[in-house]
Write a protein that binds this ligand. Structure first.
Ligand code: FAD
Length: 457
């Protein structure tokens, strides 16, 4: 009997334990299900959908080269899988584990629907260590990153990645499949994704190219990763999010030359940490962890939110980041921190508004990583920066030498040299259409401290 491989955020053939297990049993039916309607199943954002379209095309092509097809269905996972089981006589379903609360609900629903007749077998492989498995001496999950990293690192390196099974048998007949084009994952008019296509090649082959390119750069990572004006980071985040490459593969390729790449490995471990947080607090993307923030006087300021989203705050580093995000679906990590802090502390807008915007616009939008980082910046999270540590965007911009980055993404400022480009207003320049600061830094800082004093008292 055939076995189903239920692909989710693991759109690859190599180091794919679900595929390997299914292939060793007999014929394989690869399936991807898009669920936009189940309550509490978080709908993928627009940038992710753009990515998904290409990644599914790429996966289908790789499967095609092995004589297989990717079956596409749209709807509730358990119902769709049950239908495929009925029409194909599949005897088991294999999938990699995911920790978003809606995926765990979906797994429960599949088990209820299909029971022992067609068991759901879950495998590890999208994290360095299975989330939940790195615990304290007392068997408790870690809440804070640094001890988590130390404990995780004890188990490193991760298992060697496995190869794609050489031969995979096809079933005698294929179930019906949707047509990918009919899913309307790509933007219509206006097509906001032209810059995405220049920046990215979604899919397993594209991920491999990015890993190869980064291996040579990895030793400079410590020095360059905070500088947005250069390509000092791997840009693997969307590939890792969609599982086009496994973290174990990245780890082994990057550490393979015996160099010290600890700083980079610690960043990969942040992915694991974020999923551990989601496993402990499934609502992490929806609610502040620190209860005191339930009463925080967030401002309802839709026009200012829109200025932030459009990159028109009058703070060049923030605006450059928000425009890079809109144009490419990605933003440099240092700038994500500055832009997020600006929304939460300078504008006093609830971090969840920012989380939602990132969810819709990032190609690497990830429930766990997005929530963990937003809550960290906002000071509402489990492992937190304090709310009262307020980042000064203009000095951050100078410190991390963001001049070229600003000139690239904010054309109104393209002719300004350093140091003027970091803070044109303060230097008395009024370049063309560039907006005035939405609020002064000192004023914003004081307002944020006063707001925090309200909930502290
Ligand atoms: P590199 O520096 O090359 O790091 C390698 C990999 O490590 C990344 O691809 C990523 O998978 C992981 N990683 C690095 N830093 C982090 C981190 N702080 N948290 C979790 N994983 C990390 N990352 C996402 O993948 N999805 C998100 O939705 C997301 N939202 C964020 C929101 C905010 C407010 C902030 C401040 C950060 C967010 N990040 C998110 C983390 C980080 O900014 C990106 O992972 C990173 O910029 C991706 O670029 P890179 O692949 O070149 O990273």
């Amino acid at each position: 009997d055939p076995a189903i491989v239920w692909f989710r955020r693991d759109l690859r053939l190599s180091d794919q334990a679900a595929l390997a297990a299914a292939a060793s049993d007999g014929p394989v039916i690869p399936v991807y299900i898009l669920d936009d309607d189940t309550p509490k199943h978080r709908k993928m954002g627009a940038a992710s959908r753009w990515w998904l379209h290409q990644s599914l095309q790429s996966l289908d092509a790789s499967l095609g080269a092995k004589g297989l097809r990717l079956i596409l269905r749209r709807g509730e996972s358990a119902a769709m899988l049950a239908d495929i089981v009925r029409t194909t006589g599949a005897a088991s379903i294999h999938a990699l584990r995911h920790y978003e609360p809606w995926w765990r609900n979906a797994e429960r629903a599949v088990r209820e629907e299909l029971g022992e007749d067609c068991p759901l077998e879950l495998h590890d492989g999208n994290y360095l260590m299975p989330p939940g498995s790195v615990t304290t001496g007392q068997g408790e999950p870690y809440k804070i990153y640094t001890p988590f990293w130390r404990a995780l690192n004890e188990h490193m390196p991760p298992p060697e990645p496995s190869r794609t099974p050489q031969k995979i048998a096809a079933p005698e007949r294929w179930p019906d499949s949707d047509d990918l084009g009919g899913w309307d994952l790509l933007p219509t008019q206006p097509n906001w994704a032209t810059g995405f296509a220049e920046a990215w090649t979604p899919g397993e082959a594209g991920a491999r190219v990015k890993v190869d390119a980064f291996i040579d750069e990895a030793t400079g990572y410590d020095a360059s990763r905070n500088l947005p004006s250069i390509e000092g980071t791997s840009r693997l985040s969307p590939h890792l999010h969609f599982g086009e490459v496994s973290p174990s593969t990245v780890w082994h390729r990057v550490t393979g030359r015996g160099r010290d790449v600890t700083t980079f490995c610690k960043e990969i471990a942040w992915r694991d940490y974020a999923q551990n947080a989601v496993l402990q607090f499934p609502q992490y993307g929806a609610e502040s962890y620190r209860e005191q923030f339930a009463d925080f006087p967030w401002r309802d300021a839709p026009e200012e939110l829109a200025c932030w989203q459009r990159g028109e705050t009058g703070y060049p580093i923030v605006d450059a980041g928000m425009r890079e995000l809109w144009a490419t679906g990605w933003m440099h990590n240092r700038v994500r921190m500055i832009a997020a802090s600006f929304l939460v502390k300078h504008l006093l807008i609830d971090w969840r508004e920012g989380e939602r915007w990132f969810w819709d616009t990032l190609v690497d939008a990830d429930y766990g990583s997005n929530a963990t980082n937003w809550q960290w910046v906002a000071g509402t999270g489990v492992d937190s920066n304090m709310f009262v540590r307020i980042m000064a965007p203009l000095s951050q911009s100078e410190k991390f030498d963001a001049g070229d980055y600003i000139r690239k993404w904010v054309p109104e400022l393209a002719d300004l040299d350093d140091p003027y480009v970091h803070d044109p207003e303060d230097h008395g320049c009024k370049p063309g259409d560039y907006p005035a600061k939405i609020i002064g830094h000192r004023e914003a800082r004081q307002r944020a401290l006063d707001a925090y004093a309200e909930i502290k008292g």
